[in-house]
Design a protein around this ligand. Structure first.
Ligand code: ZN
Length: 469
């Protein structure tokens, strides 16, 4: 890392790993965490991890694992190594600030959406760094403008960036005209033919997912909606592309699964999941992403009670953090009525008990779960919001190891890179996080990052953050 003055051991570790990225590196004496294993066998103490180029080539007891000749030796004593985290639900077209969803609350009078949109595009290199600085080495952007395909290209050629897979514009039941600046992230389709037409345009761009925004309102013809979801899903499946669906009610979630959904990108939030739902998930081998925090983020932000956590203050994008206090400065006449009301009587913000219970039920049924924040939505910051999300998953009753499994094994599945990601073992990509505390004791320890390694290249969180200030 070039940018910064040396900082403690993290710097030394990063510097060693970085300089040896094209050669051989051996991290010696660390505890290696295996989130894919059961609790009793999840941590192997005193291990040596050998990295060659962008791959892990060996993992074994330090006593018996020979450090190859010429390898750079890095001290791992007192450290824990986990696979790089995956956020399975993000949106790069959104920033997390107040202005990023004018279709929800419109601040155009204060901040034109076109300006916010341009800022988000220009800010991409910083947004990438913020993800890495929080130990997240892969993200799934599960829907945005056609520009999303460029985001993926830019990430691929940027060293300090997570791996990025993308969906294109959402095949939607409703439109969102306020988000349409010529390349809308959400496109209303009223027939199967329209849906298929949009999906074909996304297939041309090699979409990693087809995403449907299944919005059901009382009076809607849910059978007709299901037919649109199925048409979109079938068209994607014919091209080998999986179907991700936003369906937050039990009735729409089941309809989405009947229509072939491979990935439910949110919790079921209106009712307890039932046996039929579990059976449909199993039949499709579908993945479940709880996104427990995102609605709370909106509630905090639009009542002006959003406060950065300690880790957000250090590892959130400073530009966005500064904007989170804008309601204190904004002329009152520019604050939408609804927000003024919420500021006058802030709601009590708490997680949905139904969503917490549903996560536990889904987990206990053996359904694969991926950790995802829906980052970019108002109040849910790119990067450090993973710690808010994982704390809530722990609150739902998952053990820290189970939360880590969702964020790594489940994430690898969401990335469709199970062969390459999700474990610390020979043959996998060298995407890992070196921690100063045991993450199987508390998910918060996942924030105690010494160094982040992506594809064999090491970064220190402090250096990454300094480079974007
Ligand atoms: Zn989303």
């Amino acid at each position: 890392m070039r940018h910064a003055a040396p900082i403690l051991a993290a710097f030394a570790l990063s510097a060693c790993l970085a300089s040896a990225a094209d050669g051989l590196t051996a991290i010696v004496g660390a505890s290696v965490v295996h989130p894919e294993r059961d609790e009793a066998h999840s941590v192997d103490a005193d291990q040596t991890v050998i990295i060659a180029g962008d791959r892990i080539v060996g993992v074994g007891p330090a006593k018996t694992t020979r450090v190859p000749r010429g390898a750079t030796r890095v001290e791992g004593k007192g450290k824990w190594i986990v696979p790089g985290l995956v956020d399975a639900h993000v949106h790069f077209f959104q920033s997390g600030n107040l202005y990023t969803r004018p279709d929800g609350v419109d601040f155009n009078a204060y901040m034109p959406y076109a300006k916010e949109d341009a800022r988000n595009r220009a800010r991409l290199p910083a947004t990438f760094k913020v993800w890495l600085a929080n130990g997240v080495t892969s993200v799934v952007d599960i829907g945005g403008p056609f520009w999303n395909f460029e985001v993926r290209d830019i990430a691929r050629r940027t060293e300090a960036a997570p791996r990025v897979v993308v969906a294109g514009p959402l095949v939607s039941m409703v439109d969102r005209v306020k988000l349409d600046l010529g390349d809308p992230p959400i496109i209303k389709t009223t027939s199967a033919a329209q849906a298929v037409d949009l999906v074909r345009r996304e297939i041309e761009r090699k979409a990693d997912y087809i995403k449907v925004w299944f919005i059901y309102r009382p009076g809607d013809d849910i059978a007709a909606q299901e037919a649109i979801v199925k048409a979109a899903g079938d068209a994607g499946h014919a091209a080998g592309i999986p179907l991700a669906v936003h369906a937050t009610e039990l009735v729409t979630a089941k309809a989405a699964l009947r229509a072939g959904a491979d990935y439910l990108v949110h919790s079921v939030e209106d009712a307890p999941v039932d046996d039929e739902f579990i059976a449909l998930m199993k039949k499709n081998k579908a993945l479940y992403c709880p996104t427990l925090f995102v609605t709370m983020g909106y509630q905090y932000a639009f009542s002006n009670t959003w406060k950065a956590t300690e880790i957000e203050a250090r590892r959130g994008d400073p530009e966005i953090l500064a904007m989170m206090g804008d309601l204190d400065r904004m002329p009152k006449e520019m604050i939408p009525e609804r927000v003024q009301q919420r500021m006058a009587a802030p709601p009590e913000v708490k997680p949905s008990q139904t969503m917490l219970e549903n996560l536990r039920k889904v987990w206990d049924a053996g359904i694969p779960v991926a950790m995802g924040t829906d980052a970019g939505n108002v109040g849910t910051l790119h990067g450090p919001s993973v710690f808010r999300e994982m704390a809530l998953m722990q609150k739902a009753g998952l053990t820290p190891l189970q939360v880590l499994r969702a964020a790594t094994v489940g994430g690898a599945r969401a990335m469709r890179m199970e062969r390459d990601l999700g474990a610390i073992e020979a043959g996998k990509l060298a995407d890992l996080v070196i921690l100063d505390a045991d993450p199987t004791k508390d998910t918060d320890n996942l924030a105690r990052i010494s160094s982040v390694v992506k594809g064999g290249k090491a970064f220190s969180p402090e250096d990454l953050m300094k480079s974007i200030r």
